[in-house]
Design a protein. Sequence first.
Length: 354
Amino acid sequence: MRSGRGGTRLALPSRERPGARGGSVVLALLVVLTCASCGRRGDPRPPELQLPRAPQAVALSAPGGRPTVSWTAPRDDLGGRTLTGEVRYRVVRRAWPPGEAPCEGCPEDLRPVAEVDPAARKTQGLPETSWTDPDASPGWTYRYRVEATDRRGRPGPSSGPAQILWTPLPAPRTEALPGDAEVLLRTAPAEVPPGFELLGLRVYDASSRRVGAAAPGQWELRVGGLPNGVPWTGSVHLAARTPEGWEVESPGTPASAVPIDAVPPLPPSDLVALAEPEGVFLHWAPSGAERYAEVIVLRADEGDFAELARLKGEAVSYVDASAAPGRTYRYSVRARDAAGNESLPAREAVIRAR
């Protein structure tokens, strides 16, 4: 329909083609679905490529007298991308009883024995990539592998095997003897099982920090640098290498002692005596690095030395106001440390009182 010149043209709806309405609906649904999926893309890689790689450098030791499995954490997934998020570990094990040799060509039939959470171990002050087997029995053979799991608990491939015929080492018999700022640990000679290589002794303090070691055949060692009068506690372990090549240690033998200062201090030096109107003036200088706890002043006229005065350790002078004018005296000083050890007397000084 047209209006007159200068009027408005009205468009009348045309007849719809067959199927036009249904096609529009389908197209609209496709647009909606496409937009809904635009917010976040999924990982286009296959799920198996997103799993962690196998842990490396799997090894066995026995720092506390029990077999301990350790490994290095994987950095990438199987697709070559850097791992992100939480990674945990699963330790699997196969055990053979005494007298039964492992079948190398048979199926391993490894069974899970531990789930390791690195974050939890870190809060406990424990190594994040290790696990100690609490159920190992002497004479049994154990084969361990480690698997890294993603945040959904899906394991990646297993690590290489670590195998050991578990034979505990004997704990060494040890005597702890106190010394000056040290503890002497005297251990009875011990033998290791056949096929083992003796590595010597290892000493740990109460915080499990190694503070000493002795070579094979040396059964005494000293832990030095300790404060006197403060109890020291630690443990002594026998170390050896197994026939498989693993370094293991025995259970620790507890050791404790209180270091004592048994060495006397050096005597004061440069003692001089001056006759003054108010008495005999004495002066000396301390010797050595050890601080004096006390200084003892000694005097003699015709007989032996006798104690005249006790002074604080930092004193370096004294006036003998009791000296009788005209009499000749001999003076000396001794030093005593905090442990009660007394030095030799200083070289004496002779003076006639005024």
